[in-house]
Design a protein around this ligand. Structure first.
Ligand code: PHE
Length: 333
């Protein structure tokens, strides 16, 4: 019985099999246990001998079980470690990753820049009233300037906003100066060609405070341009005209795409400068319209087109590509 048990212990090749062997040879109904129970019925002169033998056998089996259990546990752990080993030299699983739309990148960079200066982000409705889109911005009804905006008119005096400037008015009506807001948003005009789409994006900016001048406007926008297009770009202002700013300017950025005034440069067309945005000092008529005192407060405003900025920065020839959702285009960013 002892030999048989020891052989079974040696043959058990898993922890579970070993447990079965233990039950079979040392368990309550095992042969050895029976022998021990029957010792009392033996003639007294045999009891000692049989008892000693039985105890020795069970000690020996127990010891063999213990050793085998230790060996099996070690072997099982070694196998598990081997199976679960991670080969860090294998190529990883590809992780499909989206990317930001090129326009969205510009928007986030510009907005982050102004938030860093302490500006607040404001938003307004895309379906706008005639009043906010035009009248409050010093563009009276029947004024020919409205025609320049290629407006989508809706019913009942509503329009699709043609610019983000109505949010200037909404912001000023909602709070007292000082005002520092940046306004990203979609705008709409009846236009479609390689550089115009019926929907596009604008980022408006408005600052109203005591003592603001055109110099603050220029310094602010120069810092913005360097943040977005690189520290080396220069800016210049050119006179322009908007109904809601006086004076009005356009801001050009030095051609950072192909360097200087290279006549072969398609983006800058040999001019060395890129038109970047419209801006100006808030017209006193607009300040009065929202109840601000133009004698006490002055302000500057600007409006830029992040889609155009993305075209320039990434060398995209056709604005319409930005709105078609073609993955072959979008995956390049
Ligand atoms: N709203 C003007 C446009 O759409 C841009 C602008 C904004 C000009 C703010 C001056 C001040 O063309």
């Amino acid at each position: 019985l002892r030999e048989e048990a020891l052989a079974a212990v040696a043959a058990a090749d898993t922890t579970a099999a070993l447990e079965e062997v233990r039950v079979r040879y040392l368990g309550r109904s095992a042969g050895l246990t029976e022998i021990k129970k029957s010792i009392g019925r033996l003639p007294p002169e045999e009891r000692r001998e049989v008892g000693r033998e039985a105890n020795e056998a069970s000690r020996e089996i127990q010891q063999a079980l213990g050793e085998r259990a230790r060996d099996l546990a070690a072997a099982e752990q070694a196998r598990r470690l081997r199976e679960e080993a991670v080969d860090v030299t294998l190529p990883g699983h590809p992780f499909p990753e989206g990317s930001l739309h090129p326009t969205q990148r510009i928007i986030e960079e510009v907005v982050d820049f102004f938030v860093g200066l302490g500006y607040r982000v404001a938003e307004g409705p895309e379906v706008e009233t005639d009043y906010y889109n035009f009248t409050a911005l010093n563009i009276p009804p029947d004024h020919p300037a409205r025609l320049m905006q290629a407006t989508f008119f809706l019913d009942e005096g509503l329009v699709l906003r043609t610019h983000t400037s109505p949010v200037q008015v909404r912001t000023m009506l909602a709070q007292e100066p000082p005002v520092y807001v940046v306004v990203p948003g979609r705008v709409y005009r009846r236009d479609s060609d390689p550089t115009h789409t019926p929907m596009f994006n604008q980022i408006e900016g408005l600052a109203v405070d005591r003592g603001l001048t055109l110099a603050h406007l220029k310094g602010t926008l120069a810092a913005m341009a360097r943040h977005v297009f690189g520290g080396a770009v220069e800016v210049r202002l050119r006179p322009s005209y908007f109904q809601f700013t006086e004076p009005s300017v356009e801001l050009d950025v030095s051609c950072f795409v192909c360097g200087g005034s290279d006549p072969g440069c398609k983006v800058c067309k040999g001019a060395g400068w890129l038109e970047m945005l419209g801006a100006g000092m808030v017209d006193p008529a607009v300040l009065e319209e929202v109840g601000y005192d133009p004698e006490e407060y002055t302000g500057f405003a600007f409006g830029m087109g992040p889609d155009r900025m993305a075209m320039v920065r990434y060398g995209v020839p056709d604005l319409r590509l930005f709105f078609e959702g073609d993955l072959r285009f979008l995956r390049q960013f």
